[in-house]
Design a protein around this ligand. Structure first.
Ligand code: SF4
Length: 181
């Protein structure tokens, strides 16, 4: 039986990155996990990350929603930024794209706040994620929880949960441009 806490939509990029944020959010909310990541390449990798996340959500009895896999829309959105380095302009567009969809889903579900696991990663600039999250929240008249999940040893705790649960751990962020040669 779920405790009577307000819902929060948690945009999640993979099982690894959702382990710690869900633990933290559970103190004040019932998290609804939303997997929306059309940036992931190739499709086999997308399926692997998606299915690992589903496995964990079902084990933990988290409500979850799987968004559409529509990479052609994502490629069109970041068009012209393919050669940008990680942490650059392509990543900001990628945050914008995914967080806008997360905000839209939050509003559709009648939930009034959302956040994202993206700040767990030390390879991402949290302030840029916050800026896109706030914009997306404004677009749909909801709130964005600007939580920097890598703080207070968040990344370390994330890795501990991943190890304990034997999660599949990918070697690159997600898009084909982030695959390390
Ligand atoms: S490196 Fe990661 S955040 Fe940046 S564009 Fe690629 S998938 Fe998106």
């Amino acid at each position: 039986m779920k405790e009577n806490k307000p819902k929060i939509l948690l945009h999640a990029c993979c099982a690894v990155c959702m382990g710690y944020p869900t633990e933290l959010l559970k103190e004040n909310y019932n998290p609804v996990v939303f997997f929306y990541n059309p940036n992931i390449f190739p499709e086999e990798e997308y399926i692997r990350r998606r299915d690992e996340l589903i496995r964990y959500c079902e084990e933990q009895e988290y409500e979850y929603i799987i968004g559409e896999y529509e990479p052609e829309k994502w490629y069109a959105y970041i068009n012209g930024l393919e050669q940008e380095p990680e942490k650059g302009l392509r990543c900001n567009k990628c945050f914008e794209y995914r967080l806008n969809e997360a905000a839209k889903k939050t509003a559709e579900l009648g939930i009034d706040i959302f956040t994202t696991t993206l700040t767990v990663s030390p390879h991402k600039i949290s302030q840029n994620i916050f800026a896109e999250g706030e914009k997306a929240a404004h677009n749909y008249n909801i709130n964005f929880l600007a939580q920097d999940f890598k703080k207070q040893n968040g990344f370390l705790k994330t890795m501990e949960i991943a190890k304990k649960n034997e999660f599949y751990r990918q070697q690159y962020c997600g898009c084909e441009f982030s695959i390390r040669k």
